[in-house]
Design a protein around this ligand. Sequence first.
Ligand code: ATP
Ligand code: MG
Length: 562
Amino acid sequence: MNTAESETKDAPHDFIRDIVRDDLAAGRTRSVVTRFPPEPNGYLHIGHAKSICLNFGVAAETGGRCHLRFDDTNPAKEEEEYITAIKEDVRWLGFDWGEHLYFASDYFEQLYAWAEHLIETGFAYVDDQSADEIRANRGTLTEPGRESPFRGRGEQENLDLFRQMRAGAFPDGSRVLRAKIDMSAGNINLRDPVLYRVLRAPHPRTGDGWCIYPTYDFAHGQSDAIEGITHSLCTLEFEDHRPLYEWLLDHLPVPSRPRQIEFARLNLTHTVLSKRRLIQLVTEGHVGGWDDPRLPTLSGMRRRGFPPEAIRDFAQRIGIAKADSTVEMAYLEHCVREHLNRTAERRMAVLDPIKVVIENYPEGESEMLTAVNNPQDEAAGTRQVPFGRELYIERDDFMEDPPKKFFRLAPGREVRLRYAYFVTCEDMVKDGDGRVVELKCRYDPATRGGNAPDGRKVKATLHWVSAADAVDAEVRLYDHLFTHPDPGAEGDWLADLNPGSLAAIEGCKLEPALGGIAPGAVVQFERQGYFAADKESATSRPIFNRTLGLRDSWAKVQAKQT
Ligand code: ATP
Ligand code: MG
């Protein structure tokens, strides 16, 4: 591949980057400033990752900067815990806002002054209608709204009332400040939108300094303007808010003129990305917390073992478009497998063990064998794995009465133990119920390392763990959180929860190198999949989360299509 080709492949390209490039070329923008503006009312999820990669990506590619701004204008739902978690997740994903950490609440005083400015210029009024009345009078897409009986209030009266609102003279919900625009506007967002409401709720940052709070619409564009944001990138649901965003910039003495551009949000199959639903899953105990490895939250994915590089790669590969679409979960998983296949070290672990006794192996002896850490990465080197007379193999790698296509261990059959020897099954021990509990085998000492000097072949290679050295572990297997690709499409979304999304198995046997593994590390258990050491892992009993199995259903879909 020549450089030009590799550049077009590697550099992200989309309509937003085109606009930004044109603005730079035409001199409309001198230096790009973007922002990622989470509301601290939940944990970040993979949809936010798309927005983070876009905002920080565009800034990095153009030598600009990206701010992290908490859109903390609704104290009723916001918490400090979320602020801490969001910062950690953005950093984990690989992005750095430097000194540009901001809070919309830092601008409350300025926003208040601008609200008074709108009143003084005749573009805002205090409305005494209740929230229900305001809603009822807003009209519909086909019917214009009705003007409030308080719309004609004089400027001084409005100013007095607004100052009393701030001073705490009125109960919650009794009065609002509205922009005076046009109750018959085709765009409902322009029908005198609410700018401030009375709300007595302690704010995580301003405490009880305020009992009126600006709405999202009043805070967002002005915060952008204060920070000198050049390109305010947001999701499509804000497209209809853009005329209001621009109206406010037009009617206020703001220091800069940001440009809002909308893109399609990420939708993913077999999960939910609505914060409301995620909060419900957590608070109702359908999952174990915000970092439950089944959730599409960044903290859940981190605990599950998804590498940040794979998530960034995914975000880049799905791209940025103006039309809504849904991405297959299998595609995200494909990106994760691709990364882990290159980076994860291989280890041996037996999840459902059956004992093997090598009868011709000298009793009381053992030896160390050399195993490759990562066939995809020579630099990962090798390690020593203990081998002895008693081993564990996977229960389903043996069949007493194998069907035709079963090539693994069976009575009288020879197989290879990876990195070790050829072994042949000679006999079985059964318990009172006729269940096989132990296999008696013999090994061929001439096949050390896994190859026969006489060139004879075996059809299967099994993983194994030395019984004397095995570390006991709990392993948690995960499946999609929802059975339906589009939860709720056919009724109650909670009814689509997958009852088999978590299976915890005890008594798994790990090779000793896995005993002291650091929480968060991801390895491949040979023949099984990728597994991440859980944060609850204790050295006495490690816990592993299955990141993903080895089978790539996306690759299969692709293969069929070509
Ligand atoms: P809510 O619906 O409660 O407002 P939200 O998911 O929009 O939740 P925010 O904290 O407001 O949460 O989101 C921060 C930023 O992330 C916004 O700019 C939003 O547009 C973007 N974002 C949120 N969800 C997605 C998604 N699924 N795909 C892409 N961007 C998203
Ligand atoms: Mg939002």
